[in-house]
Design a binder for this molecule. Structure first.
Ligand code: TYD
Ligand code: MG
Length: 455
């Protein structure tokens, strides 16, 4: 017999509680609990992963036959890379992003590009007409791409069995509804239940399922983090609305590295892959201006050169402003404190603005030296040649620290015709200058950097 009961879920982490609590004991967030009705007895079985009906037994690890996972080439270098070399059969992938970033466009484009695969694109958000209009805009003709507008999971599974597609795309998980669960679409128990049903479908039929999910403002995939635990791969689609660039980032990947990144550009006919990011991330400049320094950074396994721009000016108000676009503000404040304390630059009465080109957000610590160089360049009003690149972390005592994958960074700058690259002296050990055309300049401290650049 199915019984209904009321439970409370944390919107942030999905933690369940029989009564309302102000602070979530699991994730320590305040005021995140919402009330939902769940039907017990009926839903209990949905997340049962014992698919083949065989009871699993413990096996010695050597005796387990390793099978190479079967990967589907999605005809997109960037997307394949982020997935770790293609989409794994039977995997459940969640692609999250803010509304309007281009998730539906990306997935429809993938569905249309795979001409030899039967694909079912299920939309609970748009009509077939709207999707057709988007498909016309993208402009690829494909006879194997089926569009279904449906939100009921059982109906979707029924259509799946009839059509027998080789891949399913669900746009979006928040619109799905299972009749087994007595809660509104988009509620935590619905999302959890429907994702479990889709997971079961993927695992039993070995057909990969891609779920599109909306992200809430704080960056978590709409409310329940539980979804991230349930799927094999979580990919985030992000970017600044004001720029055309879109970054695809693997947040979790059971079948590959979670550090991979893909870059796209939104155009009038869909998303274009950006296979050589350095060329677009470096702005075309007629002449060298002060406050600009180029960093040789690495995202995932891919080196790329990117411009950092700084503007240092006398503060108009009592409290100087510090702002960083695409760069962690705390880190910027830390670097400014290092310049002030270790090198005696008087920056505390100055406004400092920092901007990373292309609307990109950079976490790679190797960008530190370029940030410092850009700030010093703006403050001294002396331009740094656009043929110079930087790759090193800056420590609290003003020391220039080594970073990983230094050879890849140097090679990329070399390939793009840069003349000099400034790195940590600890990275320079064991590097053969004769292998590169670019001049490798080892630096030990922030003071020394200032000396070689402007001294
Ligand atoms: P969409 O895929 O609907 O975003 P999401 O599914 O993540 O909510 O696309 C959003 C934006 O992309 C929309 O503002 C229009 C724009 N767009 C283009 O610029 N070019 C195109 O070819 C398409 C299809 C969309
Ligand atoms: Mg959409």
């Amino acid at each position: 017999m199915a019984k209904t009961k009321t439970v409370f879920f944390c919107k942030n982490c999905g933690n369940e509680s029989p009564k309302w609590v102000g602070k979530c004991p699991a994730c320590s967030e305040w005021n995140t609990y919402v009330e939902e009705t769940v039907v017990t007895g009926k839903t209990g079985k949905t997340a049962n992963h014992n698919f083949a009906g065989v009871k699993p037994k413990p096996l010695q690890v050597q005796k387990i036959v390793s099978e190479k996972e079967n990967r589907i080439d999605l005809q997109s270098t960037e997307l394949n890379r982020v997935l770790g070399g293609g989409l794994v059969s039977g995997s459940l992938v969640l692609i999250g992003g803010e509304p309007g970033i281009g998730k539906s466009t990306l997935m429809l484009q993938v569905a249309l590009a795979l001409e030899n695969m039967k694909i079912l694109y299920v939309s609970g958000e748009e009509s077939q007409q709207q999707i057709k209009m988007r498909a016309d805009r993208i402009g690829i003709r494909n006879e194997n791409c089926y569009i279904l507008t449906e939100t009921d999971t059982h109906e979707i599974i029924a259509q799946f069995e009839k059509l027998q597609p080789e891949m399913i795309i669900i746009d979006s998980i928040q619109t799905l509804q299972s009749e087994q669960i007595d809660a509104t679409a988009g509620s935590i128990s619905q999302i959890r239940g429907c994702a479990a049903e889709m997971n079961k479908l993927a695992k039993t039929t070995l057909v990969p399922v891609i779920l599109i999910g909306h992200i809430t403002k704080d960056g978590s995939i709409a409310g329940p983090k539980v979804l991230e635990h349930m799927v094999d791969t979580v990919i985030q689609f992000e970017g600044d609305r004001h720029y055309g660039f879109r970054i695809l980032r693997a947040v979790k990947n059971r079948f590959g590295s979670a550090a991979e990144l893909g870059i796209f550009e939104m155009q009038s006919n869909g998303l274009r892959e950006v296979t050589n990011p350095s060329e677009i991330l470096l702005s075309q400049r007629e002449e060298d201006v002060s406050g600009v320094a180029i960093s040789a950074m690495v995202e995932g396994l891919r080196p790329m050169l990117i411009e950092t721009q700084a503007l240092v000016s006398t503060a108009a108000y009592g409290t100087p402003q510090r702002s960083g676009t695409g760069f962690d503000l705390r880190r910027l404040n830390m670097l400014l404190a290092v310049l002030e304390k270790r090198s005696g630059f008087k920056l505390s009465a100055k406004d400092v603005f920092l901007n990373i080109a292309g609307g990109l957000r950079v976490d790679d610590p190797a960008i530190d030296m370029a940030v410092i160089a850009a700030i010093l360049s703006s403050s001294e009003d002396i331009a740094i040649s656009s043929k110079f690149a930087f790759a090193a972390e800056v420590g609290l005592s003003g020391e220039i620290r080594a970073v990983n994958r230094i050879e890849a960074r140097i090679s990329e700058a070399d390939k793009l015709g840069f003349e000099k690259i400034y790195i940590s002296k600890y990275n320079a050990k064991g590097l053969e200058q004769s292998k590169f055309n670019i001049d490798i300049v080892p630096v030990a401290t922030v003071n020394q950097l200032f000396g070689v650049l402007f001294g």
